[in-house]
Write a new protein. Structure first.
Length: 157
């Protein structure tokens, strides 16, 4: 009876969930498991904070909508499993295709930037390679050391 085993929803890229989804799932593996199922977005009334952060780091979109909207979407998908839901990060909207139903959602501007540009933590870091190289080149001069002061006092046999 587990919903992800229901063949009517096989391959669905959007997961509908309930309040505080992902609470207690602070490890990345929880997000990876959902991502491995082919899910690209989760729509729920609220999310566990760490879970939501982990989702944004791997490019999994989390959309918080009011409970009434979640209830509508779940009922619609139960009644008509072929329902197509679209999440548009750029316009920050969720739509039910073939209907006038459309809702806007809030997304952190930095998370939106990451999602729209396909950036993970490594991708973000690589945007700063010139700064990193400069830091590495000048780091020795900035790093406090006592080696030079004691270099002549150490006698090796």
């Amino acid at each position: 009876n587990f919903i992800t085993n229901d063949t009517r929803y096989a391959g669905a890229p959007i997961m509908l969930a309930q309040q505080n989804f992902g609470c207690g799932s602070s490890r990345e593996h929880a997000v990876w498991a959902i991502e491995d199922m082919g899910v690209t977005a989760i729509i729920a009334p609220s999310f566990g904070d760490i879970f939501r952060t982990n989702c944004s780091k791997v490019g999994l979109v989390t959309v918080a909508l009011p409970q009434d909207d979640i209830n509508f979407l779940m009922a619609r998908c139960e009644e008509l499993p072929s329902t197509q839901i679209q999440v548009n990060v750029e316009t920050q909207t969720v739509s039910v295709m073939g209907t006038d139903w459309r809702r806007s959602f809030v997304i952190d501007p930095f998370v939106k930037h990451r999602l729209l540009n396909g950036l993970d933590d490594i991708g973000l870091t690589l945007h700063h390679t010139d700064d990193i190289d400069t830091f590495e080149e000048t780091r020795s001069a900035l790093k406090p050391t006592t080696v030079a002061a004691f270099a002549n006092t150490l006698k090796m046999p």
